[in-house]
Design a protein around this ligand. Structure first.
Ligand SMILES: [Zn+2]
Ligand SMILES: [Zn+2]
Length: 145
């Protein structure tokens, strides 16, 4: 299976048709690994496809997020970054100063989720939790100022 076919299949699995621009963004997200802003993804995409524009990139990313292909992480200043949806359940620790994102391996909410299910009769399928703060380096910089 060539790369293009595998994207097509991947998009189809998520209920989306493959297009040149969707495939390209998927390829970029897979390559860079780290969460990026739409603007940054647009600049990278433009190197391959000069016809792509920023609003298309936004549209594709919104659709990807809706279909759980990507996950959008919002900073408190309204900037968002996008990355591929994690294969396993994860939580993010986000530095507000340098925008570093650290993944937490353990979920602290499982017991809580079970107790909420019991008390509300909900069947909970997912939850999101992001922790915001300052990394060690940024704490030092802030303390020095
Ligand atoms: Zn930091
Ligand atoms: Zn969790």
């Amino acid at each position: 299976m060539n790369e293009c076919d595998s994207y097509k299949q991947y998009l189809n699995q998520h209920g989306m048709k493959s297009t040149k621009q969707r495939n390209l963004l998927l390829l970029i997200l897979k390559k860079i690994q780290e969460p990026q802003t739409a603007e940054k993804l647009y600049l990278i995409a433009k190197e391959t496809d000069s016809s792509i524009n920023l609003s298309t990139v936004y549209r594709v990313l919104e659709k990807f997020t809706e279909k759980k292909i990507t996950i959008r992480t919002s900073f408190l200043d309204d900037k968002s970054v996008y990355s591929l949806y994690p294969k396993t359940h994860q939580h993010q620790l986000i530095c507000l100063r340098c925008k570093k994102i650290v993944l937490l391996e353990n979920c602290p909410l499982e017991a809580f989720q079970h107790s909420v299910e019991k008390s509300t009769d909900f069947s909970i399928v997912n939850h999101r939790l992001e922790l915001y703060g300052y990394c060690r380096q940024c704490q030092k910089i802030i303390a020095a100022n």
